[in-house]
Design a protein around this ligand. Sequence first.
Ligand SMILES: *[C@@H]1O[C@H](CO)[C@@H](O)[C@H](O)[C@H]1NC(C)=O
Ligand SMILES: *[C@@H]1O[C@H](CO)[C@@H](O)[C@H](O)[C@H]1NC(C)=O
Ligand SMILES: *[C@@H]1O[C@H](CO)[C@@H](O)[C@H](O)[C@H]1NC(C)=O
Ligand SMILES: *[C@@H]1O[C@H](CO)[C@@H](O)[C@H](O)[C@H]1NC(C)=O
Ligand SMILES: *[C@@H]1O[C@H](CO)[C@@H](O)[C@H](O)[C@H]1NC(C)=O
Ligand SMILES: *[C@@H]1O[C@H](CO)[C@@H](O)[C@H](O)[C@H]1NC(C)=O
Ligand SMILES: *[C@@H]1O[C@H](CO)[C@@H](O)[C@H](O)[C@H]1NC(C)=O
Ligand SMILES: *[C@@H]1O[C@H](CO)[C@@H](O)[C@H](O)[C@H]1NC(C)=O
Ligand SMILES: *[C@@H]1O[C@H](CO)[C@@H](O)[C@H](O)[C@H]1NC(C)=O
Ligand SMILES: *[C@@H]1O[C@H](CO)[C@@H](O)[C@H](O)[C@H]1NC(C)=O
Ligand SMILES: *[C@@H]1O[C@H](CO)[C@@H](O)[C@H](O)[C@H]1NC(C)=O
Ligand SMILES: [Cu+2]
Length: 564
Amino acid sequence: MLHSLFNVFLISLFFYNNCIAHHYTFTVKEVPYTKLCSTKKILTVNGHFPGPVLKAYKGDTIYVTVRNRANENITMHWHGVEQPRNPWSAGPEYITQCPIRPGSDFTYKVIFSIEDTTVWWHAHSSWTRATVHGLIFIYPWLAEPLPFLEADHEVPLILGEWWKKDVREVVEEFIRTGGAPNVSDALTINGHPGFLYPCSKSDTFHLAVQEGKTYRIRMVNAAMNLILFFAIANHTLTVVGADGHYTKPLNATYITISPGETLDVLLQADQNPENTYYMAARAYQTGNITFNNSTTVGVLRYISSSKAKTSLFSGSYPNLPFYNDTSAAFGFFTKIKSLFSGQVPVQISRRIITTISINLLRCPQNSCAGPNGSRLAASMNNISFVTPSHVDILKAYYLHIKGVYGTRFPDFPPLIFNFTAENQPLFLQTPRLATEVKVVEFGEVVELVIQGTSLVGGGLDHPMHLHGFSFFVVGVGLGNYKISDEDPSSMYNLDDPPYKNTMTVPRNGWIAIRFAAVNPGVWFMHCHFDRHQTWGMNVVFIVKNGIWPNQQILPPPDDLPPCH
Ligand SMILES: *[C@@H]1O[C@H](CO)[C@@H](O)[C@H](O)[C@H]1NC(C)=O
Ligand SMILES: *[C@@H]1O[C@H](CO)[C@@H](O)[C@H](O)[C@H]1NC(C)=O
Ligand SMILES: *[C@@H]1O[C@H](CO)[C@@H](O)[C@H](O)[C@H]1NC(C)=O
Ligand SMILES: *[C@@H]1O[C@H](CO)[C@@H](O)[C@H](O)[C@H]1NC(C)=O
Ligand SMILES: *[C@@H]1O[C@H](CO)[C@@H](O)[C@H](O)[C@H]1NC(C)=O
Ligand SMILES: *[C@@H]1O[C@H](CO)[C@@H](O)[C@H](O)[C@H]1NC(C)=O
Ligand SMILES: *[C@@H]1O[C@H](CO)[C@@H](O)[C@H](O)[C@H]1NC(C)=O
Ligand SMILES: *[C@@H]1O[C@H](CO)[C@@H](O)[C@H](O)[C@H]1NC(C)=O
Ligand SMILES: *[C@@H]1O[C@H](CO)[C@@H](O)[C@H](O)[C@H]1NC(C)=O
Ligand SMILES: *[C@@H]1O[C@H](CO)[C@@H](O)[C@H](O)[C@H]1NC(C)=O
Ligand SMILES: *[C@@H]1O[C@H](CO)[C@@H](O)[C@H](O)[C@H]1NC(C)=O
Ligand SMILES: [Cu+2]
């Protein structure tokens, strides 16, 4: 008995030490890449696009040294990792740190706690995340069984967007002109546009599968500005995880995935092995805005197929929903349920209601490139968030530096109007520019209602992401949230709602999320469409320290990048 226990101990230690590193080095540098018939230099981690997969056991702490050997500022974010008490490693530029400057290094301490399944990492300064991103695979401890059939293989799958121009030029241009950013030139699967795009026959993602085996696709939508539909021809996708948490198994013929979201999907290689099957992704887009309606395609073939090489261009395409099919998009989102029941906080101590809007700012002589010569902006509760430029908010909070931010983010929209009306009076379009945070006491149970508005252009979907927490999505609806309702919980799922870090607010609709504010720190919340983040659809939560030492922010690391 003693002997066998000892053996188990040895084996697990051996496995632990050999399979999973606890220290990684990310060297950020520019490397030339050729796609769509043109070559440009892009920012990469260790020369790779997409970047390397990190692996961790549940509850592990890993260290990632980011060495900036590029010629622009950078920060790194560990998307979906709650980082208990450790906002110092959260990453958003000028929110929790000043950037790592060219030639400098910073070691991030990434503290895993309650996360299971798959999350990801990406740069969090300007639009550098376009090419600086990768997946994080989380494994349960050896003794802990998976709640679904163990797969035979794991497949990392990153959906992305590619611009032929340097992304810095795209950003510089739309900030300068006040118009919308140029849309991308391609969608990608693991960096490959696929053979439907020019010059891309050899730049196509291939997945070779063995008949009868099960594949666990660990995927993320790393696109900058597009929600995507994805499917694989003739194969059912079984969703078992979302945003780093287990879900009830869900069989689907297609999935919808928003920027920032991760999914764990099981794929059975159970179709005729002689055929070729395509996987494909393209945009879900409801608003009246320009987007790239092209399709990225990858190839799934069976290893045993005799005609593998010749049949490449005669495969089956999957059926994807039409671009503006809201019931298909939200039909998928709302079918995702947590594996577990009864974990939602029922008593809330604070309800915050916020609008999210696209806005316009006047320009002298109507000289900007937005509608009517104005400048496009975006807001929450009519405040277009102004990012500090000299000191980050965390440092200002920790060291009591005044004048960096205000604490007057309102609990309620400053004006009540028909948020989703077809025609809005123009005077509502102009936001207030400010750096206002929401301060929350340690331990408060927050319900946050996020209401989309139809201001400027009639409304859009918005994937909203919160750092530092996972939240329960207790409600999703179209139209106006009924603010006057005494007890809105009759329209909520308080049993098994999904536990997420990113949730899409439907066009002219709302979501209600709940989280317990038990993670002290400074936590960014923003739209994961990067153009909206750039325009100010952001807010910061400051969760104060609790009374016990283990309820307080950890001390800052020694190598924190200086601000000036
Ligand atoms: C954006 O698109 C416009 C119109 O097609 C073009 O003139 C401009 O050069 C583009 N800018 C960038 C940075 O791609
Ligand atoms: C979409 O991408 C295709 C292929 O790169 C490109 O030819 C087209 O111009 C793009 N569409 C828009 C609206 O930019
Ligand atoms: C795959 O699906 C397509 C479209 O649904 C169908 O036309 C085709 O016959 C199917 N192919 C196989 C091999 O099942
Ligand atoms: C889901 O799909 C898998 C594989 O195609 C199948 O084995 C399973 O029975 C399906 N489950 C349900 C509930 O339909
Ligand atoms: C869509 O936007 C364009 C300008 O970007 C405008 O001319 C057009 O009227 C809009 N269409 C609708 C249906 O709102
Ligand atoms: C895609 O957009 C182009 C213009 O950019 C348009 O000509 C084409 O009809 C669109 N395709 C679909 C399927 O909507
Ligand atoms: C979706 O787009 C099609 C074609 O552009 C249009 O006919 C249809 O009305 C749109 N549907 C919705 C719900 O907007
Ligand atoms: C542009 O101005 C005209 C005239 O004032 C107005 O009717 C229209 O709604 C404005 N468009 C936007 C997007 O503000
Ligand atoms: C708000 O606007 C929507 C869309 O035009 C409309 O259907 C709804 O009746 C309006 N609600 C109120 C209270 O006026
Ligand atoms: C936002 O604030 C500005 C400035 O105070 C005001 O003009 C505008 O009407 C407000 N809009 C909304 C939707 O509250
Ligand atoms: C890089 O960061 C430093 C320190 O915050 C700042 O002074 C500098 O302006 C930044 N450079 C760019 C190009 O943003
Ligand atoms: Cu948005």
